[in-house]
Design a binder for this molecule. Structure first.
Ligand SMILES: Nc1ncnc2c1ncn2[C@@H]1O[C@H](COP(=O)(O)OP(=O)(O)OP(=O)(O)O)[C@@H](O)[C@H]1O
Length: 446
């Protein structure tokens, strides 16, 4: 009798398990995303921006509050280094590993974030993670809407902003939050230089079919060389912003970077991005120095050439920008056409440049943000935007500008030079005193 009851109960339990599994299959719909997928980041970011809202109904508010009040929140920290050398961090609370509930477009969904610390992406070492959304079957149609919403929110956050990516193993990952774009005009190069580079790039971008018809790899390499503080990096960043491209910054001296990783990174840069290799001379100087002991990084010179050529075989437009302070140290193999298609000297200040910068600082409209920096951190005030000048400043800026041009020309004639960065710093120092800036500028020359 007791035995019969036991068997009966066990059958009942089994049927319940099988039944509930069948019911789940019929009634529930599940969507799984892993952290290799872009939607994964978008969805996490979307969740972070949808805290409990007083406009929701009481039930919704209570349950959504559970999501944000629960202990399983994670912090995502973004570090940003500003051009003035300072850095700041931004924090975002996102749904941590565990179970959360969300209400979207009239449907309740369960969201599980799971992390498998044992499974890691081979190159980046990042743990494998999944987000699983589970809802009643009718919510199936809502999943794509939710993902599209998350994507649009992510894109909106980047509108008008410059996204900088850095290498993480063999992957590119956004570095910090998207930054405010720096207007191209705020980087003042010698007359015609900026226009020449921009024209070349725009022409290249308009010729995709022309390249395809002729079987020429659709890539272009630029090398901006010249003394420190002449605006090479600032110009490249502004140009990317102007064309709504991202920037992928590659540091050749980075520990752990190997030829293979470099090849992979260059071949897999995100669409619509510039690959920026700064101080390209720093990793190796002349080829002769790339001997066993000569390397400062673990990549080889031929590895770099291969990576650059590998990029060339890619079907989509590939734009590589390199900078150096020491053009003469570069191996001719690196700067040959095909690897560097346009090399441009970005030099110390000439009178025309200095005058434009001066007038931007002190002339009408100064302080309107035309020289605003490329940074966004609310916590770190930019040192590059001059305070607004008083409108009734009774000074003849045009004649001061002429006298500045005269000083710069005579210093140049005497073989002395000044960088645009030094001029900028000096003008910031004399933000309220244009006359003092012009009178003291001679002391900056070296
Ligand atoms: N031509 C310029 N016009 C406006 N600002 C400039 C210019 N050149 C330099 N600056 C200012 O000086 C600072 C340094 O500039 P940037 O880093 O672009 O120079 P760089 O040539 O890339 O220097 P390095 O070779 O040392 O990397 C920036 O804050 C930038 O605003």
């Amino acid at each position: 009798m007791t035995q019969g009851l036991g068997v009966g109960l066990s059958i009942l339990r089994k049927s319940l398990v099988v039944g509930s599994a069948a019911l789940q299959r019929r009634m529930l719909v599940t969507l799984e995303l892993n952290n290799k997928d872009k939607s994964y980041e978008w969805l996490l970011a979307w969740l972070a921006h949808h805290p409990p809202s007083p406009s929701l109904n009481p039930l919704t508010r209570r349950l959504t509050s559970t999501l944000t009040r629960s202990h399983n929140l994670s912090v995502e920290t973004s570090l940003q280094t500003h051009p003035n050398g300072s850095s700041s961090a931004a924090f975002r609370l996102v749904a941590g590993p565990g179970t959360h509930y969300i209400h979207y477009a009239g449907h309740w969904m369960r969201l599980s974030r799971e992390r498998d610390a044992r499974a890691q992406a081979l190159m980046s070492g990042q743990p494998w993670e999944t987000l699983t959304l589970t809802a009643l079957s009718p919510a199936r149609a809502v999943f794509p809407l939710l993902l599209a919403d998350a994507r649009d929110a992510a894109m909106k956050g980047q509108e008008g902003r410059l996204v900088v990516h850095t290498a993480w193993g063999t992957e590119w990952r956004p570095f910090g939050l998207p930054r405010a774009k720096r207007p191209l005009k705020s980087v003042v190069l010698a007359p015609g230089v900026a226009e020449g580079i921009e024209r070349d790039l725009r022409t290249f971008l308009s010729r995709r079919e022309w390249y395809a018809d002729r079987g020429i790899p659709y890539r272009r390499g630029y090398l901006l060389h010249g003394p420190p503080g002449s605006g090479k990096t600032s110009f490249i960043q502004s140009l990317a912003g102007e064309l709504s491209y991202d920037i992928c910054v590659l540091n050749l001296s980075e520990r752990g970077l190997t030829d293979d990783k470099l090849f992979h990174l260059l071949a897999n840069a995100p669409e619509r991005s510039f690959v920026l290799i700064e101080d390209v001379d720093a990793a190796f100087n002349r080829r002769a120095q790339t001997t066993e002991d000569g390397y400062q990084s673990s990549i080889t010179f031929s590895g770099l050439l291969n990576a650059l050529d590998g990029v060339a075989s890619s079907a989509s437009a590939r734009l590589v920008f390199m900078t150096t302070n020491h053009f003469a140290r570069l191996d001719p193999a690196l700067v040959r056409p095909g690897r560097v298609d346009m090399g441009v000297l970005i030099d110390d200040a000439v009178p025309a440049q200095a005058c434009v910068l001066f007038e931007r600082f002190y002339g009408a409209g100064a302080g309107s943000g035309s020289t605003s920096s490329a940074t966004t951190s609310p916590s770190t005030p930019s040192t590059e935007s001059p305070p607004p000048t008083s409108p009734d400043l009774d000074l003849d800026i045009a004649s001061l500008s002429k006298s500045l041009a005269h000083t710069i020309q005579s210093e140049m004639d005497a073989g002395r030079r000044v960088s645009m960065a030094a001029l900028q710093g000096f003008f910031i120092l004399h933000a309220e005193d244009p006359r003092g800036a012009v009178e003291g500028v001679g002391g900056l020359f070296r």
